[in-house]
Design a protein around this ligand. Structure first.
Ligand code: KG4
Ligand code: ZN
Length: 384
């Protein structure tokens, strides 16, 4: 495991910075001679995760601690509790990831810098930066959604670029044209609740514990598909934007007007899930037809939903489109995707200066392809 050296406070900041930069550029030079090994850190919400990705050997380890248990009694993520738990667990998770990767040293550190919960992001950013500083390697803040978009590249048969991505997470639902790493065009998105958020809120109405998405999907398996039919919002008008908040209200009204017994709740779960999946696929079909793209990637937490995965596969077969998804554990938040996205940018010579901030809000289409920064110009994340 890389040794964490104690750094003594110094009065001469410029000399200290000069030495650190010499160490970092040494690491960058060495990197050209061998594969780049990157420690990834993810703390944007309620998962504390670390992973080691090697540009030659692939994913060496990925470890995760879920805070679901901690937030359950509140029915959702409590930001302050999330930050504190990240502080407690991240060092252990990082240690485990490094040990899982055989204890060899890393050439760079990539951590999620946004979007996400400000306090939670700061824990990952501070830890990532400190480790990079102590090890004398470059560090880089990664866009969480870029990491989700590139997660399928960790699979044995990664999709070729360009592809259409359906990015469905707890905070975002977007259709994105992915031209290349860093080339993202958001074609459509949810105007209100993200699909995952709608799953979680509807699950709460059904009395299911947080996080509701997987619990609702499990309940839906017992439901009668013929009993209720929910609307497919915004599918009868042109465009690729979506809206899911009405489905949650529809679920509430159905439970009130019909019955709220166990079989009815399972039927509502089934009708809700089918409506979300159908709606997403109507928009995917439209986006594929509009763009002429021949590859579809489904990614993000809701991408773990089996009904959605199966339906996307069917759509792909019907349209002759290649469909891929990350494995289930890489759909939901993880650090493997952060390490991978970071490795592309670190390989291109990007790294951020020692001073840092996080970007709780960060539009995806403000990104550009990985590139070395021009001499003298710091590429610094700006506060969102
Ligand atoms: O990507 P993610 O782990 O975190 C964010 O970046 O938001 O996504 C979490 C979301 C939650 O809303 C969770 O309920 C949902 O993904 N989710 C699911 C399933 N697994 C996770 N939704 C439906 N079915 C699932 N199997
Ligand atoms: Zn996520």
């Amino acid at each position: 495991m890389p040794e964490i050296r104690a750094v003594r406070p110094e009065r001469d900041g410029a000399a200290k910075r000069g030495r650190r930069e010499a160490r970092v550029s040494g690491a960058l030079r060495d990197r050209e001679l061998h594969a780049l090994r990157v420690l990834g850190i993810e703390t944007s919400c309620d998962e504390t995760a670390a992973a080691v990705y090697d540009t030659d050997a692939g994913l060496l380890s990925h470890c995760l601690h879920s805070q679901a248990e901690l937030h359950r009694e509140y029915g959702g993520v409590v930001p302050e509790l999330a930050s504190r738990d990240h502080v407690a667990k991240l060092p252990l998770v990082v240690r485990e990831a490094l040990a899982g990767a055989g204890g060899a040293s890393v050439d760079g550190v990539a951590y999620t810098v946004g979007p996400g919960l400000a306090g939670a992001l700061l824990v990952g950013a501070a830890t990532g930066r400190s480790l990079a500083f102590a090890w004398g390697v470059p560090a880089l803040g990664v866009h969480h959604l870029e990491a989700h978009l590139l997660a399928p590249m960790l699979e044995p048969r990664p999709p070729a670029f360009p592809f259409l991505a359906l990015l469905v997470s707890g905070g975002h639902t977007q259709l994105v044209r992915v031209g290349d790493p860093g080339e993202y065009e958001v074609l459509g998105e949810s105007l209100d609740d993200a699909a995952g958020e709608a799953f979680d809120k509807t699950a709460a109405l059904l009395g299911l514990p947080y996080p509701g998405g997987p619990a609702l999907a499990a309940l839906a398996l017992e439901g009668d598909p013929a009993r209720f039919r929910f609307p497919r919002p915004m599918t009868d008008r042109p465009g690729l934007d979506m809206s899911f908040s009405g489905l949650k209200t529809f679920a509430l009204t159905t439970l009130r007007n019909e019955a709220n017994d166990a079989p009815s709740r399972a039927d509502v779960a089934r009708a809700f899930e089918e409506a979300v999946v159908d709606t997403l696929l109507v928009k995917c079909r439209r986006a594929l037809q509009q763009t002429g793209l021949s590859r579809l990637v489904v990614t993000g937490g809701v991408g773990a939903n089996r009904r959605l995965r199966a339906a996307a596969g069917e759509l792909g077969r019907e349209l002759g489109v290649e469909v891929s998804y990350p494995r289930i554990e890489l759909c939901t938040d993880n650090a493997a995707m952060v390490a991978y996205a970071g490795s592309l940018r670190l390989l291109a010579g990007e790294s951020h200066d020692l001073d840092f901030t996080v970007r709780p809000r960060w539009p995806l289409d403000s990104l550009s392809p990985p590139a070395p920064r021009a001499a003298g110009s710091e590429q610094q994340p700006q506060a969102g």
